[in-house]
Design a protein around this ligand. Structure first.
Ligand SMILES: Cc1cc2nc3c(=O)[nH]c(=O)nc-3n(C[C@H](O)[C@H](O)[C@H](O)COP(=O)(O)O)c2cc1C
Length: 291
């Protein structure tokens, strides 16, 4: 099932969704067994920002009948400490490392892209463009003009593949995808979480500390399928499809809709080895359909 994606040769087409698998914590929990049976063909880091972020106040999670809603708020130790402490540990994983970065201005994203450009242990960068630009108030990934300006700023800063992670909270995701392609994106990944809300059953106030949260898991699978299908018909770029993947058939559906790779997110919280299982199921389904 080996696949080439942005010049990276991967053992199979299943990777993780950013922020849903902590490879460093998993290495501590499972030891070298993790390296021998790494669940993904490439590892995508949690979002890294230039400055340290504490994330949102509690509560941070709400379980839904069909998935999960989180308001984690992208806590991370910041660019400098990620480079010094985490990247060397991630580089020891047996698969290529893709670093997911976010900034709230073009300057901030540029600083991250420049910082990773010189690191041979980083195979590609994924741009999480779900943050509003503090200068314009526009969510970078929801507005084609804003996204074009961002890519025009960062594309010249690195020869590494730039994967743009699209937000589903956009009026027309295909239009945003076309803008990303025209401005030099190497690939697209979608979908990120959808905005949702839960109320405290007693007080009636928002349950999540961030007010709203991001919905993920099986509840968003049909939306992911529709958006991947639409984007794949609008651009030539390779696509990482994600949203509610729990089994090989879900992965196959996304690939049939136009994804080149499939990412597993929420399912890894239930089963940390889900990536391997889903890759094996996909392999079986592809073998059967080839007969
Ligand atoms: C707890 C949690 C944390 C996440 N953190 C990030 C993140 O740091 N950066 C990012 O780009 N996406 C993040 N995501 C979004 C996932 O990478 C993925 O796009 C989304 O969850 C849809 O896939 P799924 O339904 O398989 O979970 C997070 C999702 C969850 C559930």
């Amino acid at each position: 099932m080996s696949v080439t994606f942005c010049n990276l040769v991967l053992d199979h087409p299943v990777i993780n969704g950013s922020g849903t698998f902590d490879a460093i914590a998993a290495r501590r929990a499972f030891g070298d067994a993790l390296l021998e049976r790494f669940p993904f063909a490439a590892f995508v880091s949690k979002t890294v920002t230039v400055a340290t972020r504490q994330g949102n106040p509690p509560e941070r999670l709400w379980e839904l009948p069909g998935g999960l809603m989180n308001s984690i708020g992208l806590p991370n130790k910041g660019l400098e400490r990620f480079l010094a402490e985490d990247l060397p540990e991630l580089a020891a994983m047996p698969v290529p490392v893709i670093v997911n970065v976010m900034g709230c201005s073009r300057g901030e994203v540029s600083a991250s892209v420049e910082a990773f450009d010189g690191r041979p242990d980083v195979a590609a960068l994924e741009l999480n463009v779900s943050c509003p630009n503090v200068e314009t108030g526009l969510v970078m990934g929801a507005d084609p003009w804003e996204l074009s300006r961002l890519l025009e700023a960062v594309r010249p800063l690195t020869a590494k593949p730039l994967i743009v992670k699209l937000t589903p909270n956009a009026t027309d995701v295909a239009e945003v995808a076309r803008a990303a392609e025209a401005a030099g994106a190497s690939a697209l990944s979608l979908i990120n979480t959808l905005r949702g809300m839960a109320l405290d059953p007693v007080s009636g106030e928002p349950w999540l500390g961030g007010g709203t949260g991001g919905v993920s898991g099986p509840a968003i699978r049909a939306i992911a399928l529709a958006q991947v299908h639409s984007v794949a018909r609008s651009v030539e770029l390779p696509i990482v499809g994600m949203g509610g993947v729990q089994c090989g058939q879900d992965a196959l559906d996304l690939m049939r809709a136009g994804a080149d790779l499939v990412a597993v997110g929420t399912e890894s919280f239930r089963d940390p080895a889900a990536g391997l299982r889903i890759a094996a199921e996909l392999d079986q389904l592809l073998a059967n359909s080839a007969v």
